[in-house]
Design a protein around this ligand. Structure first.
Ligand code: EPU
Length: 421
């Protein structure tokens, strides 16, 4: 296993480029199951989660070849195997989004039921309810979901849940509805840019969807879809992470390929805290400069402040004089990073989904353990801002969602090395 060894205390300065969005690429890769024609995808980052998705699609009969470092060519070659086994789904929950397309195209799908994970319980009841509304017969057998249909039929489907709309649930039902007979209306659809990117891909393949990026998707089913060539949107979470890296180290970074229209809530909070954030030349520049002030943040579905940047923001707020508050509304237990930040000298207390952060002068380097993807990013930020040496162990978590993060941070001045544990 690899670990990062970080010498803290350098201000990050320079330019860094954001890769394609993991969470857009995952469902879009699953959409290749909807057609026999070739699908060419540009801007696919080299990430462990996407490699896992490609392996799963390989099991399901999709041949995938790499045309260059960021372009994949995908085409269904066989429909003999429609079983996404638990071992695959367990390691990468995004693989649940093969369920909808496989059911729609093949009339049958068997997918391992994902369990909980370290960021909290992650049910899929809304996915299943949506597919049932389209006429799928769904049962559980041996820990697998078995979904069958002669032909799906359009219906009204409500995708809101106790913690807001579901992103992958919306993607799953949308991909099933594009080949259903008649019109489907998805109410309370997730509005995340990743869902909108999926809508754009599906429409380019011949689907008839209106309302992409809004909470009401109207889908007129078609008989079949064709191929497409598409470039994945930039990763707003990677962009936000680099913005906070600039902020926490007191530096100035131009985050290229960051889309401000996907990051308004984040930009707004960073400006509230006293950072300078400018949109220029297809990117965003973040500059520290003055003393920061505490802020209160609640995570919400898009366009609110994303849960996937909550851990990184917490690391930043740990060094802001005064009291800040974070309320995690999407995954109320997503605070695994808190215990590790405490090891670095942070002052945080938690009451249910609310964390109160009292700023300290500095982090003090120590060995810490990455527990999940975004928690690990928070620890890397803390390590870069801290005094002395921080070791972040189990960096395979970070490799799931950040493309060689140390190679992007080093040119900015970060002292970060990858070594064997
Ligand atoms: N929920 C239900 N029932 C469902 C589905 C979800 O109650 O059937 C709840 C969840 O437990 C959660 C809330 O609804 O409280 C939102 O979950 P959602 O379904 O939107 O999450 P997801 O689609 O499984 C995606 C991202 C996550 C990101 C969330 C929220 C991918 C592959 N994953 O997950 O990304 O945190 O949306 O924005 O797109 C990450 O990249 O680190 C990551 C965890």
């Amino acid at each position: 296993m690899d670990k990062f060894v970080i010498q803290g205390g350098t201000q990050l300065r320079g330019d860094v480029t954001v890769s394609g969005a993991k969470n857009a690429a995952l469902p879009i890769l699953a959409a290749t199951l909807l057609t026999d024609a070739p699908v060419v995808l540009h801007g696919i980052p080299n990430l462990a989660d996407l490699t896992a998705m490609c392996e799963l699609l390989g099991d399901l009969g999709v041949s995938i070849s790499r045309e260059n470092s960021t372009t994949l060519r995908c085409q269904v070659q066989s429909t003999d195997n429609s079983h996404a086994c638990y071992d695959r789904v367990r390691k990468m929950r995004g693989s649940i989004c093969v369920l909808g397309p496989m059911l729609a195209r093949r009339g049958y799908a068997r997918v391992g039921m994902p369990g909980g994970c370290v960021i909290g319980s992650r049910p899929i009841d809304l996915h299943l309810r949506g597919l049932r509304a389209l006429g799928a017969e769904i049962e559980l057998d041996g820990g697998d979901i078995i979904a069958k249909t002669d032909r799906l039929r359009g219906a009204s489907v409500f995708m809101g849940g106790p913690f807001g709309s579901t992103v992958l649930g919306t993607a799953n039902v949308l991909m099933a509805a594009v080949l259903a007979e008649g019109v489907t209306i998805i109410e309370s659809a997730a509005c995340e840019p990743e869902v909108e990117d999926l809508v754009d891909v599906l429409n380019a393949m011949g689907a008839k969807i209106t309302g992409g990026g809004t909470s009401r998707l109207i889908i007129e089913g078609v008989r079949e879809l064709g191929g497409v060539e598409h470039t994945i949107i930039p990763d707003r979470i990677e962009a936000g992470t680099f913005m906070m890296a600039a902020a926490i180290t007191g530096g100035e970074v131009n985050v290229r390929n960051a889309r401000i229209d996907h990051l308004y809530a984040v930009v707004d909070k960073l400006r509230d805290a006293g950072l300078h954030v400018e949109s220029a030349g297809g990117g965003l520049t973040v500059a520290a400069g003055q003393r920061l002030t505490p802020v209160d943040v609640t995570t919400h579905p898009y366009p609110g402040f994303p849960t996937d940047l909550q851990a990184q923001l917490m690391a930043l707020l740990c060094l802001v004089d005064g009291n800040s508050a974070i309320i995690e509304k999407i995954f109320p237990d997503r605070y695994m990073h808190m215990a590790e930040l405490l090891r670095l000298g942070a002052n945080i207390r938690k009451e249910g989904p609310v964390a109160i952060i009292t700023g300290v002068e500095s982090f003090v380097g120590a060995p810490v353990m990455a527990s999940d993807l975004r928690a690990s990013a928070a620890l890397v930020l803390a390590g870069m801002a801290g005094r002395g040496e921080t070791e972040v162990r189990r960096v395979y978590h970070i490799d799931r969602g950040y493309e060689r993060i140390e190679e992007k941070l080093r040119p900015l001045g970060a002292k970060i090395q990858r070594t064997k544990e």
